[in-house]
Design a protein around this ligand. Structure first.
Ligand code: COA
Length: 320
Protein backbone atom coordinates (compact mmCIF):
# COMPACT_ATOMS: atom_id res chain seq x y z
CA UNK A 1 0.00 0.00 0.00
CA UNK A 2 1.20 3.51 -0.83
CA UNK A 3 -0.44 6.84 -1.58
CA UNK A 4 -1.35 8.50 -4.86
CA UNK A 5 -1.99 12.14 -5.70
CA UNK A 6 -5.59 12.21 -6.99
CA UNK A 7 -6.08 15.98 -7.29
CA UNK A 8 -4.14 19.23 -7.23
CA UNK A 9 -4.95 22.91 -6.80
CA UNK A 10 -3.16 26.20 -6.43
CA UNK A 11 -3.76 29.88 -5.78
CA UNK A 12 -1.77 33.09 -6.09
CA UNK A 13 -2.89 36.60 -5.10
CA UNK A 14 -4.11 38.83 -7.92
CA UNK A 15 -1.51 41.57 -7.45
CA UNK A 16 1.49 41.08 -9.76
CA UNK A 17 4.73 42.91 -8.97
CA UNK A 18 7.25 43.09 -11.82
CA UNK A 19 11.01 43.52 -11.59
CA UNK A 20 10.53 47.05 -12.89
CA UNK A 21 8.13 47.73 -10.01
CA UNK A 22 10.83 46.63 -7.55
CA UNK A 23 13.41 48.83 -9.27
CA UNK A 24 11.31 51.76 -7.99
CA UNK A 25 11.83 50.80 -4.33
CA UNK A 26 15.39 49.31 -4.26
CA UNK A 27 18.49 49.74 -6.42
CA UNK A 28 18.02 46.88 -8.86
CA UNK A 29 16.90 46.25 -12.41
CA UNK A 30 15.08 43.69 -14.53
CA UNK A 31 18.25 42.52 -16.27
CA UNK A 32 20.08 41.74 -12.98
CA UNK A 33 17.14 39.86 -11.48
CA UNK A 34 16.37 37.84 -14.63
CA UNK A 35 19.97 36.90 -15.37
CA UNK A 36 20.80 35.87 -11.76
CA UNK A 37 17.52 34.18 -10.86
CA UNK A 38 15.17 33.68 -13.84
CA UNK A 39 12.47 35.64 -12.02
CA UNK A 40 10.43 38.20 -13.99
CA UNK A 41 7.47 38.87 -11.71
CA UNK A 42 5.79 37.55 -8.59
CA UNK A 43 2.34 37.67 -6.95
CA UNK A 44 2.15 39.57 -3.68
CA UNK A 45 -0.66 39.35 -1.13
CA UNK A 46 -2.27 42.67 -0.25
CA UNK A 47 -5.28 42.11 2.03
CA UNK A 48 -4.92 38.36 2.48
CA UNK A 49 -2.57 35.97 4.20
CA UNK A 50 -1.33 32.40 4.25
CA UNK A 51 -4.57 30.82 5.49
CA UNK A 52 -6.74 32.44 2.80
CA UNK A 53 -4.36 31.28 0.06
CA UNK A 54 -4.22 27.79 1.60
CA UNK A 55 -8.03 27.57 1.69
CA UNK A 56 -8.35 28.58 -1.97
CA UNK A 57 -5.71 26.10 -3.14
CA UNK A 58 -7.27 23.38 -0.96
CA UNK A 59 -10.75 23.96 -2.41
CA UNK A 60 -9.38 23.61 -5.93
CA UNK A 61 -7.47 20.42 -5.07
CA UNK A 62 -10.53 18.84 -3.45
CA UNK A 63 -12.65 19.76 -6.47
CA UNK A 64 -10.00 18.42 -8.85
CA UNK A 65 -9.89 15.15 -6.87
CA UNK A 66 -13.68 14.90 -6.97
CA UNK A 67 -13.99 13.98 -3.30
CA UNK A 68 -16.24 15.22 -0.50
CA UNK A 69 -14.14 17.16 2.08
CA UNK A 70 -15.75 14.97 4.72
CA UNK A 71 -13.69 12.08 3.34
CA UNK A 72 -10.48 13.79 4.49
CA UNK A 73 -8.78 12.10 7.43
CA UNK A 74 -5.90 14.56 7.77
CA UNK A 75 -5.00 18.07 6.61
CA UNK A 76 -1.35 19.03 6.80
CA UNK A 77 -0.35 22.61 6.00
CA UNK A 78 3.34 23.18 5.36
CA UNK A 79 4.15 26.82 6.04
CA UNK A 80 6.89 28.87 7.62
CA UNK A 81 4.82 32.05 7.49
CA UNK A 82 1.55 31.25 9.30
CA UNK A 83 -0.83 34.15 9.91
CA UNK A 84 -1.06 33.25 13.58
CA UNK A 85 1.02 31.34 16.13
CA UNK A 86 -2.22 29.51 16.87
CA UNK A 87 -4.65 28.20 15.88
CA UNK A 88 -2.81 26.39 13.10
CA UNK A 89 -3.65 27.51 9.57
CA UNK A 90 -4.58 23.89 8.81
CA UNK A 91 -7.45 24.19 11.31
CA UNK A 92 -8.72 27.25 9.42
CA UNK A 93 -8.62 25.20 6.22
CA UNK A 94 -10.51 22.39 7.95
CA UNK A 95 -13.22 24.82 9.07
CA UNK A 96 -13.49 26.48 5.64
CA UNK A 97 -13.84 23.12 3.87
CA UNK A 98 -16.18 21.61 6.46
CA UNK A 99 -13.77 18.68 6.67
CA UNK A 100 -15.04 17.81 10.11
CA UNK A 101 -13.50 14.33 10.34
CA UNK A 102 -9.97 15.50 9.55
CA UNK A 103 -7.22 16.10 12.08
CA UNK A 104 -5.45 19.31 11.06
CA UNK A 105 -2.09 20.80 11.93
CA UNK A 106 0.83 22.76 10.47
CA UNK A 107 4.34 21.60 9.67
CA UNK A 108 7.35 23.92 9.40
CA UNK A 109 10.12 23.01 6.96
CA UNK A 110 10.28 26.16 4.81
CA UNK A 111 10.76 25.47 1.11
CA UNK A 112 10.99 21.70 1.74
CA UNK A 113 7.66 21.83 3.57
CA UNK A 114 5.44 20.30 0.90
CA UNK A 115 7.82 17.34 0.47
CA UNK A 116 7.99 16.84 4.24
CA UNK A 117 4.18 17.00 4.52
CA UNK A 118 3.66 14.63 1.59
CA UNK A 119 6.10 12.14 3.06
CA UNK A 120 4.47 12.45 6.48
CA UNK A 121 0.93 11.73 5.28
CA UNK A 122 2.30 8.89 3.15
CA UNK A 123 3.72 7.31 6.31
CA UNK A 124 0.29 7.56 7.98
CA UNK A 125 -1.35 6.03 4.91
CA UNK A 126 1.20 3.22 4.62
CA UNK A 127 0.70 2.45 8.30
CA UNK A 128 -3.05 2.12 7.66
CA UNK A 129 -3.85 4.97 10.07
CA UNK A 130 -5.41 7.31 7.50
CA UNK A 131 -6.78 6.84 3.98
CA UNK A 132 -7.34 10.30 2.47
CA UNK A 133 -5.18 13.35 3.09
CA UNK A 134 -4.92 16.97 2.01
CA UNK A 135 -1.38 18.31 1.79
CA UNK A 136 -0.89 22.05 1.35
CA UNK A 137 2.19 24.22 0.94
CA UNK A 138 1.47 27.92 1.47
CA UNK A 139 3.67 30.89 2.26
CA UNK A 140 3.29 34.62 2.45
CA UNK A 141 6.93 35.61 2.75
CA UNK A 142 6.17 39.14 1.56
CA UNK A 143 5.12 39.85 5.16
CA UNK A 144 8.52 38.67 6.47
CA UNK A 145 10.58 40.46 3.84
CA UNK A 146 12.71 43.52 4.44
CA UNK A 147 11.60 45.53 1.40
CA UNK A 148 14.77 47.64 1.58
CA UNK A 149 17.05 44.56 1.20
CA UNK A 150 17.58 44.04 -2.53
CA UNK A 151 19.44 40.78 -1.84
CA UNK A 152 16.21 39.07 -0.72
CA UNK A 153 13.17 41.17 -1.69
CA UNK A 154 13.48 40.40 -5.40
CA UNK A 155 13.42 36.63 -4.89
CA UNK A 156 10.14 35.68 -3.27
CA UNK A 157 6.44 35.58 -4.11
CA UNK A 158 3.27 34.57 -2.26
CA UNK A 159 1.17 31.52 -3.20
CA UNK A 160 -0.33 28.22 -2.11
CA UNK A 161 -0.43 24.77 -3.70
CA UNK A 162 -2.26 21.66 -2.57
CA UNK A 163 -2.70 17.98 -3.33
CA UNK A 164 -5.23 15.37 -2.27
CA UNK A 165 -3.49 12.11 -1.52
CA UNK A 166 -5.22 8.76 -1.12
CA UNK A 167 -4.29 5.18 -0.29
CA UNK A 168 -3.57 3.24 -3.51
CA UNK A 169 -1.57 0.35 -4.91
CA UNK A 170 0.77 2.64 -6.86
CA UNK A 171 1.89 6.23 -6.43
CA UNK A 172 4.60 7.42 -4.08
CA UNK A 173 7.49 4.98 -4.48
CA UNK A 174 10.44 6.27 -2.51
CA UNK A 175 11.25 9.36 -0.50
CA UNK A 176 14.09 10.99 1.32
CA UNK A 177 14.20 13.84 3.82
CA UNK A 178 17.10 15.52 5.59
CA UNK A 179 17.97 18.37 7.91
CA UNK A 180 21.19 20.15 8.88
CA UNK A 181 20.49 22.48 11.78
CA UNK A 182 24.15 23.49 12.07
CA UNK A 183 23.82 25.45 8.81
CA UNK A 184 20.48 26.96 9.90
CA UNK A 185 21.74 30.55 10.33
CA UNK A 186 22.44 30.96 6.57
CA UNK A 187 18.69 31.34 5.93
CA UNK A 188 16.63 32.53 8.83
CA UNK A 189 13.83 34.72 10.08
CA UNK A 190 13.99 35.50 13.80
CA UNK A 191 10.95 35.08 16.03
CA UNK A 192 8.43 37.86 15.78
CA UNK A 193 8.46 38.47 19.50
CA UNK A 194 11.13 37.92 22.12
CA UNK A 195 9.86 40.10 24.93
CA UNK A 196 8.09 39.25 28.17
CA UNK A 197 7.66 40.93 31.54
CA UNK A 198 10.77 39.26 33.02
CA UNK A 199 13.37 39.99 30.35
CA UNK A 200 12.14 43.50 29.69
CA UNK A 201 12.71 43.16 25.95
CA UNK A 202 10.35 44.85 23.56
CA UNK A 203 8.49 42.54 21.17
CA UNK A 204 10.07 42.76 17.76
CA UNK A 205 9.13 42.12 14.18
CA UNK A 206 11.63 39.82 12.50
CA UNK A 207 12.72 39.88 8.89
CA UNK A 208 14.26 37.26 6.68
CA UNK A 209 18.07 37.00 6.46
CA UNK A 210 19.86 35.03 3.76
CA UNK A 211 23.45 34.30 2.81
CA UNK A 212 22.60 33.75 -0.86
CA UNK A 213 25.86 32.18 -1.93
CA UNK A 214 25.87 29.61 0.90
CA UNK A 215 22.27 28.65 0.10
CA UNK A 216 23.18 28.40 -3.59
CA UNK A 217 26.12 26.04 -2.91
CA UNK A 218 23.99 23.89 -0.60
CA UNK A 219 21.15 23.60 -3.15
CA UNK A 220 23.37 22.76 -6.11
CA UNK A 221 24.92 19.89 -4.14
CA UNK A 222 21.85 18.62 -2.26
CA UNK A 223 19.23 18.56 -5.01
CA UNK A 224 21.00 16.11 -7.35
CA UNK A 225 22.08 14.07 -4.32
CA UNK A 226 18.54 13.51 -3.01
CA UNK A 227 17.15 12.96 -6.53
CA UNK A 228 19.71 10.18 -7.02
CA UNK A 229 18.83 8.72 -3.62
CA UNK A 230 15.12 8.28 -4.41
CA UNK A 231 15.95 6.78 -7.81
CA UNK A 232 18.48 4.34 -6.36
CA UNK A 233 16.07 3.28 -3.62
CA UNK A 234 13.48 2.44 -6.30
CA UNK A 235 16.08 0.87 -8.61
CA UNK A 236 14.83 3.24 -11.28
CA UNK A 237 16.80 4.37 -14.32
CA UNK A 238 16.94 8.18 -14.44
CA UNK A 239 16.10 8.05 -18.16
CA UNK A 240 12.63 6.74 -17.22
CA UNK A 241 11.78 9.91 -15.30
CA UNK A 242 9.48 12.23 -17.26
CA UNK A 243 9.75 15.36 -15.11
CA UNK A 244 11.88 16.66 -12.28
CA UNK A 245 9.62 19.07 -10.41
CA UNK A 246 12.17 21.01 -8.37
CA UNK A 247 11.70 23.84 -5.92
CA UNK A 248 11.57 27.04 -7.97
CA UNK A 249 14.18 29.19 -6.22
CA UNK A 250 16.48 30.08 -9.08
CA UNK A 251 16.79 28.84 -12.67
CA UNK A 252 20.58 28.57 -12.25
CA UNK A 253 20.07 26.04 -9.43
CA UNK A 254 17.68 24.01 -11.64
CA UNK A 255 20.15 24.17 -14.57
CA UNK A 256 23.02 23.07 -12.35
CA UNK A 257 20.93 20.14 -11.09
CA UNK A 258 20.08 19.13 -14.67
CA UNK A 259 23.77 19.24 -15.62
CA UNK A 260 24.85 17.16 -12.63
CA UNK A 261 22.09 14.63 -13.29
CA UNK A 262 23.03 14.60 -17.02
CA UNK A 263 19.40 15.15 -18.00
CA UNK A 264 17.96 17.52 -20.65
CA UNK A 265 16.65 20.80 -19.27
CA UNK A 266 13.28 20.12 -20.98
CA UNK A 267 12.61 17.56 -18.23
CA UNK A 268 12.78 20.37 -15.65
CA UNK A 269 9.63 22.48 -15.92
CA UNK A 270 9.97 25.97 -14.45
CA UNK A 271 7.59 28.77 -13.54
CA UNK A 272 9.72 31.02 -11.32
CA UNK A 273 9.65 33.62 -14.13
CA UNK A 274 5.98 34.25 -13.22
CA UNK A 275 5.89 33.46 -9.49
CA UNK A 276 9.38 33.87 -8.01
CA UNK A 277 10.29 31.60 -5.12
CA UNK A 278 7.00 30.79 -3.37
CA UNK A 279 8.68 28.69 -0.67
CA UNK A 280 6.41 25.86 0.55
CA UNK A 281 3.98 26.49 -2.32
CA UNK A 282 6.55 26.18 -5.08
CA UNK A 283 6.49 22.41 -5.77
CA UNK A 284 2.69 21.90 -5.57
CA UNK A 285 2.08 25.11 -7.57
CA UNK A 286 4.22 23.79 -10.42
CA UNK A 287 2.73 20.30 -10.11
CA UNK A 288 -0.78 21.77 -10.35
CA UNK A 289 0.22 23.75 -13.43
CA UNK A 290 1.51 20.58 -15.14
CA UNK A 291 -1.60 18.66 -14.11
CA UNK A 292 -4.02 21.29 -15.41
CA UNK A 293 -2.09 21.67 -18.66
CA UNK A 294 -2.63 17.92 -19.19
CA UNK A 295 1.10 17.21 -19.20
CA UNK A 296 0.88 14.40 -16.61
CA UNK A 297 -0.36 10.99 -17.65
CA UNK A 298 -1.18 8.00 -15.50
CA UNK A 299 1.95 5.94 -15.05
CA UNK A 300 4.43 8.83 -15.57
CA UNK A 301 7.45 8.71 -13.28
CA UNK A 302 8.01 12.08 -11.63
CA UNK A 303 10.57 13.25 -9.12
CA UNK A 304 9.69 16.07 -6.72
CA UNK A 305 12.44 17.80 -4.75
CA UNK A 306 12.64 20.73 -2.39
CA UNK A 307 15.28 22.45 -0.27
CA UNK A 308 15.41 25.42 2.00
CA UNK A 309 15.72 26.89 5.47
CA UNK A 310 16.55 24.58 8.32
CA UNK A 311 18.54 23.71 6.36
CA UNK A 312 16.21 21.05 5.01
CA UNK A 313 15.82 19.01 1.85
CA UNK A 314 13.51 16.32 0.58
CA UNK A 315 12.60 14.35 -2.53
CA UNK A 316 10.00 11.86 -3.62
CA UNK A 317 9.65 9.58 -6.63
CA UNK A 318 6.01 9.23 -7.62
CA UNK A 319 4.13 7.34 -10.28
CA UNK A 320 1.35 9.60 -11.51
N1 COA B 1 19.94 43.93 -7.84
C1 COA B 1 21.14 44.38 -8.20
N2 COA B 1 22.26 44.02 -7.57
C2 COA B 1 22.17 43.17 -6.53
C3 COA B 1 20.94 42.66 -6.11
C4 COA B 1 19.79 43.07 -6.78
N3 COA B 1 18.57 42.64 -6.46
N4 COA B 1 21.16 41.83 -5.06
C5 COA B 1 22.46 41.81 -4.83
N5 COA B 1 23.09 42.64 -5.73
C6 COA B 1 24.49 42.92 -5.85
C7 COA B 1 25.26 42.66 -4.57
O1 COA B 1 25.15 43.77 -3.69
C8 COA B 1 26.65 42.47 -5.10
O2 COA B 1 27.21 43.72 -5.34
P1 COA B 1 28.76 44.00 -5.01
O3 COA B 1 29.52 43.05 -5.88
O4 COA B 1 28.93 45.44 -5.36
O5 COA B 1 28.91 43.69 -3.56
C9 COA B 1 26.45 41.80 -6.43
O6 COA B 1 25.09 42.06 -6.80
C10 COA B 1 26.67 40.31 -6.40
O7 COA B 1 26.00 39.79 -5.28
P2 COA B 1 26.02 38.28 -4.95
O8 COA B 1 25.27 38.03 -3.68
O9 COA B 1 27.42 37.76 -5.06
O10 COA B 1 25.19 37.72 -6.19
P3 COA B 1 24.96 36.24 -6.61
O11 COA B 1 25.45 36.01 -7.97
O12 COA B 1 25.36 35.26 -5.53
O13 COA B 1 23.37 36.19 -6.68
C11 COA B 1 21.49 35.41 -5.44
C12 COA B 1 22.61 36.44 -5.52
C13 COA B 1 20.68 35.71 -4.19
C14 COA B 1 20.61 35.56 -6.67
C15 COA B 1 22.11 34.00 -5.41
O14 COA B 1 23.09 33.93 -4.42
C16 COA B 1 21.09 32.95 -5.14
O15 COA B 1 20.18 32.71 -5.90
N6 COA B 1 21.24 32.23 -4.00
C17 COA B 1 20.28 31.21 -3.62
C18 COA B 1 19.12 31.88 -3.00
C19 COA B 1 17.96 30.97 -2.80
O16 COA B 1 17.69 30.14 -3.61
N7 COA B 1 17.29 31.16 -1.68
C20 COA B 1 16.11 30.48 -1.35
C21 COA B 1 16.38 29.10 -0.92
S1 COA B 1 14.91 28.30 -0.54
Amino acid sequence: MTSRIIGTGSYAPAQVVTNDDLAKIVETNDEWIRSRTGIGERHIAVDEGTSHMAVEAAKRAVENAGIDPKELDIILLATSSPDNCFPAGACEVQAALGAERAVAYDLSAACSGFLFALNTVNAFIQAGIYRTALVIGADCLSKLTDWSDRGTCVLFGDAAGAAVVQAADSGLKTMVMGSDGVKGPVLSCVARSEGNFLNGKTPQLGYMYMNGQEVFKFAVKKVPECVNQVLEAADMDIEDVKYFVLHQANYRIVEAAARRLKQPIEKFPMNMDRYGNTSGASVPLLLDELNREGRLERGDQIVLAGFGAGLTWGAALIEW
